[in-house]
Design a protein around this ligand. Structure first.
Ligand code: ASP
Ligand code: CP
Length: 310
């Protein structure tokens, strides 16, 4: 693997296989009563989050702690960024304390790449604007492989607010790299501009018709309607969105009983996913959360454990 994890472009199919093998071992550690490995003893990992998070921030923190790294959380709201300190001054200040890795979430696309050019520490992109969320895609693919085995030739439907979704962008890159057949589904207003050229080059399909896609899916990934990133009306009403693109109780019948239902969270229950789907036996939403710790342990391990410590 490269020094940083900024995008799925930094991860080859072989890298993903290596990470998944390590994550499977970490998953075993996660099930033990004493969940501690000495691998990153003496290393310092800073979580620097300028956007809210429940899963990503806490799972990176737990992952670092279980690998014996010293982990610290800094958020935009409680830091001197709220006094007007620039991003560059903030990260140079943190880097000057001697950190080994910066796990970073920021509302601007490209922020993690920019920071990686300012500091020597490894930079892990935990979500930058609408660009990428690579550790999420890795934990999603790991979860799907645990359920389906190899993803080669498997049909994954990625459904929802694609325009604002960094999870969609990282997932399409990784799933196609792993040989999956991907169909992305959204209303025309939430289908990103330029997706036609990208899908032709990368070999994934696009559709506006969820009912047509679901019966052929081996897995379905529902994505959140990201109201906080919307400046206008992308659909007439919540009800209309649900009728066209929600995984409703009725639509569940279009899915095979063993087809995993994924959602990166947080979910808008009743909007893009009905409670019947979120809580169905075939839902893997909480498996994704649990895999998130194991996969992030694997990522931290591969980025940091091999480095020179003196
Ligand atoms: N939690 C994911 C993200 O930060 C997905 C979402 O918020 O909808 O990108
Ligand atoms: N899936 C995800 O990134 O969740 P959080 O925003 O809660 O970290």
């Amino acid at each position: 693997m490269r020094k940083h994890l900024l995008s799925i472009d930094d991860v080859s199919a072989d890298d993903a296989a290596t990470l998944f093998a390590t994550a499977a071992e970490m998953h075993d550690v996660q099930r033990r009563q004493v969940k501690k490995l000495p691998a990153l003893r003496g290393r310092t990992v800073i979580n620097l989050f300028f956007e809210d998070s429940t899963r990503t921030r806490s799972s990176f923190e737990i992952a670092g702690k279980w690998l014996s790294a010293d982990t610290i959380n800094i958020t935009g709201k409680g830091s001197s960024a709220s006094k007007g300190e620039s991003l560059r001054d903030t990260v140079l200040t943190i880097a000057a304390m001697g950190v080994d890795a910066l796990v970073m979430r920021h509302p601007a696309s490209g922020a993690a790449l920019q920071v990686s050019q300012w500091v020597d520490a490894a930079v892990l992109n935990a979500g930058d604007g609408t660009h990428e969320h690579p550790s999420q895609a890795l934990l999603d693919a790991y979860t799907l492989q645990q359920r389906l085995g190899s993803l080669e030739g498997r049909h994954v439907a990625v459904v929802g607010d694609l325009t604002h979704s960094r999870v969609f962008r990282s997932n399409v890159k990784l799933l196609t790299k792993l040989g999956a057949q991907v169909t992305v589904v959204a209303p025309p207003t939430l289908m990103p501009s330029g997706v036609g050229a990208w899908s032709a080059a990368a070999g994934f399909a696009t559709s506006y018709d969820l009912d047509e896609v679901l019966p052929k899916a081996d897995a379905v990934m529902m994505l959140r309607v990201q109201r906080e990133r919307m400046s206008g009306g992308y659909f007439p009403s919540a009800r209309e969105y649900t009728v066209g693109y929600g995984l409703t109780r009725d639509r569940l019948r279009l899915l095979g009983p063993d087809v995993p239902i994924c959602h990166p969270g947080p979910m808008n229950r009743g909007l893009e996913i009905a409670a019947d789907a979120a809580d169905a036996a075939q839902s893997v939403v909480l498996d994704q959360v649990s895999a998130g710790v194991a996969v992030r342990m694997a990522i931290l391990y591969h980025l940091l454990a091999g480095e020179e410590t003196d």
